[in-house]
Each structure stands twice: as structure tokens, then as C-alpha cells.
Design a protein around this ligand. Structure first.
Ligand SMILES: Cc1cc2nc3c(=O)[nH]c(=O)nc-3n(C[C@H](O)[C@H](O)[C@H](O)COP(=O)(O)O)c2cc1C
Ligand code: SF4
Ligand code: SF4
Length: 441
């Protein structure tokens, strides 16, 4: 049986699956229920001077039959008094001493930071997560993402926390920045023990077309919110990878954003996360999703021979490189399995109008399309739009003997440098005459 337990920058947890700081960690009742269901840790709903929330406060992007593929909120940190939260943290730790309870914190002055860190530690917190990510409301008051977007300020505040913290300090980063590694490096320089990412992405999820107000509507007005859920996973994965690969960051990473199932969790870990955190999926389906995540994750580990989570962490990183290092001589083209094809011709129209006119139709009196090999550039759009699993596969055509990257070509002076350069990559691609597009001609 693989070992799921983790030691994340000194915070021990029976497994790497934590609840992110959000409504599911608003109270001791919820956190205890989650731990009983199988979650290994919880980052408490951000503590600070309690706020007053608005209603409504959530918005959603529904896509076709799927609800909440993207989720948006304009809520702030905890609206409960600090003493109530601390009392419940203490109680949770009494029942679950082996589980990780991390306090998420957001205050303003050095004095307040010192006080809240001490209070949280007295209540039994195993670590602290500094919320430098909230992209609405709190940032207007100089906190949350207002700090996450200013690496120098972030570094100073981490320093304040480290003056008094005896437990590990995680810095939670905002994705609302052009280069995520800048605040990550500042966190390291400030003395952080780890980073977590991402917090929510600034967003507007839609507009009420009758009343001309974006969602969520608060008495006829709205404001930008923070976007999360499955839609943000690709953005978060890239940021996790950027931090995990950067030599000056070199901190344990807790990956957050759109995690719903064991596969999502594995992807984060392969790209450098040591733990993962979940919010929207729990808000959508409840704590019970952990009952699918744990066995799925364990059987993946077993199938790959991983003995521990740390064995897996970052295993995909050596395979992520800059574009300039990719092999330009690797050539694949599409192949259609005629036995599987249902003749929908989605691949034809995608390639015809949106790619390289490399799919033909109308052969042999059937609706099954065919690939025009000399036009196919191997972009794989057709295989992505095809609704039948493994009906279009990409087949290798080069012999694998020649490997040359853009970097190699630059070194040997074989890159296009003029507008009409004979070295242009598309020079031998077949493109139909423009007039052929006109049905009347
Ligand atoms: C309603 C709501 C409230 C949130 N509140 C907090 C918070 O108080 N502190 C914090 O650090 N992050 C907060 N977050 C952000 C989440 O912790 C998490 O970073 C984000 O939702 C991405 O994860 P997900 O895609 O699993 O939801 C909140 C998210 C939502 C949806
Ligand atoms: S999209 Fe797939 S199923 Fe549809 S015609 Fe093309 S190959 Fe056949
Ligand atoms: S791989 Fe790209 S170019 Fe080739 S057939 Fe498919 S869509 Fe067209």
C-alpha cells in the first residue's frame, strides 16, 4: 500500500488532500465533518478583523450540460469573531491531533500580524497561510491581492510574521499578476516556509441582459469577483509549474485551483505540488468527493510504483521545457479509424475552416472523411473535436533519427530572418487557391 502521509514544510498530514480556505472551512463543525470523511488537512476560512458580506455573492459559468465549470465569488474573509474561530480550532485539534489545521490570516499592521499569529498558535494551529490573494474588497483596503501584487510589501509582511511564528508559514499567492514567480521569490526572501497557489482570478462571469448588471447582483449593482473551479485549473497548473521549476523559489508548493478528482490531484503533484487544496468541488458536491479521490490516487500510485507522495512530486517537470527546445523534426499526422467513425464530419469542418484543409469528404459514397496526408500539419485539432474516443489518432511519420530544435537551428543559422525567407516553415504546405472558396465561381 503506498504511503499517503505528507510532511509539508514541517506540517504533518495523513494525506496530501486539504480543504482550501473558503466557506467549507468556515467552522469547526465543517472541518470535523471533512476530517471524518477523509480529508487530511484544512486551511481555515481566513481570519482577521471580521467583515460584513453582501448578498448575493456567487456567480457561475455553466457550459452546456455542466453547471459551475467556473465559479465566481465576491465574499470576503471570515465574518465570525476571532474568539469563536479560535475556540473551534482548538476543539478540532483535540479530536484530530494528527490532521493538519492551518490558519489562513489577513490583517494590516505589524502589531496585528504578531497578535493573530500568536493567537492562532495558542489555539493549536499547525501552520499559517498568509492570504495575499483575495482579489476583491479586501484589496481595496490594502490587503489580499494588493499585497500579493507588490513583492516588496509581501516580503516585509512575511518578515513580520516570521518574527513571531513558531509554526511553518505558507504564503498564498494571487494569480492576478504577470509573473507569478516574482511574489514567490519575494516570499522565499521574506522567510516563508512554503507557498500555495492559486487564489481566485479577477473576473466577471456574465451580465444580466435585461437589467444591465453583471452577476452576482447586489441590489442593482455588481463588482468584479474571484474566479475558480474547473475552468481555472490550466492557469493554476502552469503557475504551479513555473514556481516549482524556478531555482530561486525552491519552496514546497501547495497546488490549488479546479481540483475535483484524483486525476486533477495527480496532475498538480506531477507538476511540483506536495499537497493540494480544494474549494469549489466541495462547495459543489460536498466533502464526500474525498472517498473517490483517495482510492483513485492510491491505485494510480500503485500502478506507477510510487511509494510515497514525495516520490511523485515534480515527476513531470523535467519534461516541461521552453518552446525553443522542442524537436521540430517530430512529425505526426492524423489517421481516421473507419470502423469507429460515425460520419459526423466535425473533423472535416474543423480542419477545413479552422486549420489546414487536410480532410476530404465524399469518397466511396460514405460520410467517413479521409486525411489528405500532404496537407496535414499534425496540429491534432481534428482528434480533439472528434466525439468518438480514439477514432482519430496521431501517427508518427518521421523516423526519430533527426532531432533539431529552434535553438539548434538558430545556432546553425537556419532560421527565417526576412519576411519572404525561403526557410519559412509553411513554404511547402499546400494551400488552396483563394477563389476556390467561392461557391459561385
Ligand atoms: C466563496 C469563496 C470564498 C473564498 N474565501 C477565501 C478566503 O477566505 N481565503 C482564501 O485564502 N481563499 C479563499 N477562497 C479561494 C480558495 O481558497 C481557492 O484558492 C480558490 O477557490 C481556487 O480553488 P478551487 O478552484 O478549488 O475553488 C475562496 C473561494 C471561494 C469560492
Ligand atoms: S469527427 Fe470523428 S466520428 Fe466524426 S467524421 Fe470525423 S472521424 Fe468520424
Ligand atoms: S491534424 Fe490538423 S491539419 Fe491534420 S487533419 Fe487534423 S486538423 Fe487537419
Amino acid at each position: 500500500m503506498p504511503d499517503l502521509s505528507v510532511n509539508f514544510a514541517g506540517i504533518k498530514s495523513p494525506n496530501p488532500f486539504w480543504l482550501a480556505s473558503a466557506p467549507p472551512t468556515n467552522s469547526g463543525y465543517q472541518v470535523m465533518k471533512a476530517f471524518e470523511a477523509g480529508w487530511g488537512g484544512a486551511v481555515w476560512k481566513t481570519l482577521g478583523v471580521p467583515i460584513v458580506n453582501v448578498s448575493s455573492r456567487y456567480g457561475s459559468v455553466n457550459y452546456r450540460d455542466s453547471r459551475m465549470i467556473g465559479f465566481n465569488n465576491i465574499e470576503l474573509i471570515t465574518d465570525r469573531p476571532l474568539k469563536d474561530n479560535l475556540k473551534e480550532i482548538e476543539e478540532v485539534k483535540k479530536y484530530f491531533p494528527e490532521h493538519a489545521v492551518i490558519t489562513s490570516l489577513m490583517v494590516e499592521s505589524r502589531k496585528e500580524w504578531h497578535q493573530i499569529v500568536k493567537d492562532a498558535e495558542n489555539a493549536g494551529a499547525d501552520g499559517h497561510e498568509l492570504n495575499f490573494g483575495c482579489p476583491h474588497g479586501m484589496c481595496e483596503r490594502g490587503m489580499g491581492s494588493a499585497v500579493g501584487q507588490e513583492p516588496e510589501v509581501l516580503k516585509i509582511i512575511v518578515g513580520w510574521v516570521k518574527e513571531v511564528a513558531t509554526k511553518p508559514v505558507i504564503v498564498k499567492l494571487t494569480p492576478n499578476i504577470s509573473d507569478i514567480t516574482e511574489p514567490a521569490i519575494a516570499a522565499k526572501q521574506g522567510g516563508a516556509d512554503a507557498i500555495s497557489l492559486i487564489n481566485t482570478i479577477q473576473s466577471i462571469v456574465g451580465v444580466d441582459l435585461d437589467n444591465f448588471v453583471p452577476y452576482p447582483v447586489v441590489d442593482g449593482n455588481s463588482t468584479n469577483g474571484g474566479y475558480c473551479g474547473p475552468a481555472v485549473k490550466p492557469i493554476a497548473l502552469n503557475m504551479v509549474k513555473n514556481c516549482a521549476q524556478h531555482p530561486e523559489v525552491s519552496l514546497p508548493v501547495s497546488g490549488i485551483g479546479g481540483i475535483e478528482n484524483w486525476r486533477d490531484a495527480v496532475e498538480y503533484i506531477l507538476l511540483g505540488a506536495a499537497t493540494v487544496q480544494v474549494c469549489t468541488a466541495v462547495m459543489h458536491y460536498g466533502f464526500g468527493i474525498i472517498r473517490e479521490i483517495i482510492p483513485g490516487f492510491e491505485s494510480y500510485m500503485t500502478s506507477k510504483g510510487f511509494k510515497s507522495v514525495s516520490d511523485m512530486t515534480g515527476r513531470a517537470l523535467p519534461n516541461v521545457t521552453n518552446w525553443e527546445n522542442l524537436n521540430l523534426d517530430y512529425k505526426i499526422i492524423a489517421e481516421i479509424n473507419k470502423d469507429k467513425c460515425i460520419g459526423c464530419q466535425l473533423c472535416y469542418i474543423a480542419c477545413e475552416d479552422g486549420a489546414h484543409q487536410a480532410i476530404g469528404v465524399g469518397q466511396n459514397g460514405t460520410r467517413v472523411p479521409f486525411i489528405i496526408e500532404e496537407n496535414c500539419v499534425g496540429c491534432n485539432l481534428c482528434s480533439l473535436v472528434c466525439p468518438v474516443e480514439n477514432c482519430i489518432t496521431m501517427v508518427r511519420k518521421d523516423d526519430g533519427k533527426k532531432i533539431e530544435s529552434w535553438k539548434d537551428r538558430t545556432k546553425s543559422g537556419r532560421i527565417p530572418t526576412t519576411f519572404n525567407d525561403p526557410l519559412a516553415g509553411g513554404i511547402h504546405h499546400k494551400v488552396p487557391e483563394p477563389q476556390k472558396a467561392l461557391k459561385s465561381k
